[in-house]
Design a protein around this ligand. Structure first.
Ligand SMILES: Nc1ncnc2c1ncn2[C@@H]1O[C@H](COP(=O)(O)OP(=O)(O)OP(=O)(O)O)[C@@H](O)[C@H]1O
Ligand SMILES: [Mg+2]
Length: 240
């Protein structure tokens, strides 16, 4: 099967920082891929590269044409209603070709799906953190993505809100009669979430991929020690 995304020996310099080095990987349709690593290791940068938001400075990358959407680590809310926050993004996306009325209808559907129809007229900047996260998810989901990028979607949420977002994402990506499973690439520091969502784990350190394994192998200490002792140590630190 042809990959949706492939990177070969990709490097990226941001200012004076070598944010990514020698990254070689492919993402295939239907995969759920977790990116993990310490703060500053390059997870968000890699997500932006995969989403086509950075022009890489070394190596080669190929993105197959498909509908993509991304939930950013710090989602930006426009100072207007929740409904407009979703509808404007849809309306401005020329590839969707929606009129303003159609964009608003689709936005309302997405808000209902994430349980925010009741606050559709409320200024999005005044929503709680958990509500803003759900709104950001609705904004990404409303585009009908085949490939979804989530950058720490549940960081800074309390446990019930975390569970709520997790259940929503699960519902959104699972295969249905009308569509195959959505391809998901997400960054997370929550290893429980990684186990629940991911079929594959990529561990990054200082902009380099140190391990790229099926989830069960990644959490198997012996296998991890063979592939990357540093990833093994990271995991020990995280779980202790
Ligand atoms: N626009 C930029 N200009 C210069 N350096 C940058 C820029 N964006 C990111 N970096 C640097 O690139 C490195 C990787 O940052 P990145 O945000 O990808 O890390 P991360 O793994 O997502 O971290 P976190 O877990 O804290 O979200 C860091 O050293 C960061 O300071
Ligand atoms: Mg990040």
């Amino acid at each position: 099967m042809k990959p949706l995304i492939s990177l070969k020996q990709v490097g990226l310099k941001l200012g004076h920082v070598q944010a990514l080095s020698h990254v070689t990987l492919s993402i295939h349709e239907g995969e759920q891929v977790a990116l993990i690593g310490a703060n500053g290791s390059g997870k968000s940068t890699l997500l932006r590269v995969l989403n086509g938001l950075h022009r890489v400075t070394e190596g080669a990358m190929h993105l197959a044409p498909c509908r993509q959407a991304m939930l950013f680590q710090r989602p930006h809310m426009l100072r207007t209603s929740s409904l407009n926050n979703v509808a404007i993004g849809l309306w401005l996306d020329r590839s969707l070709g929606l009129s303003w009325q159609q964009a608003k209808l689709r936005a309302l559907d997405a808000l209902s799906l994430v349980g925010l129809a009741g606050v559709k007229s409320q200024n999005a900047a005044t929503l709680s953190g958990g509500q803003q996260q759900r709104l950001a998810l609705a904004r990404a989901w409303a585009k009908g993505p085949e490939l979804l990028f989530l950058d720490e979607p549940t960081a800074s949420l309390d446990p019930p809100a975390k569970r709520e977002i997790e259940a929503l994402v699960h519902q959104l990506i699972e295969p249905q009669a009308t569509k195959p499973a959505t391809t998901l690439v997400f960054a997370s520091h929550n290893l429980g979430q990684v186990k629940r969502w991911a079929s594959r784990v990529i561990y990054i350190e200082q902009g380099r991929v140190m391990a790229d394994l099926p989830t069960t192998d990644f959490f198997n200490a012996e296998c991890l020690k063979q592939h990357s002792y540093q990833a093994f140590l990271f995991l020990q630190g995280e779980t202790s």
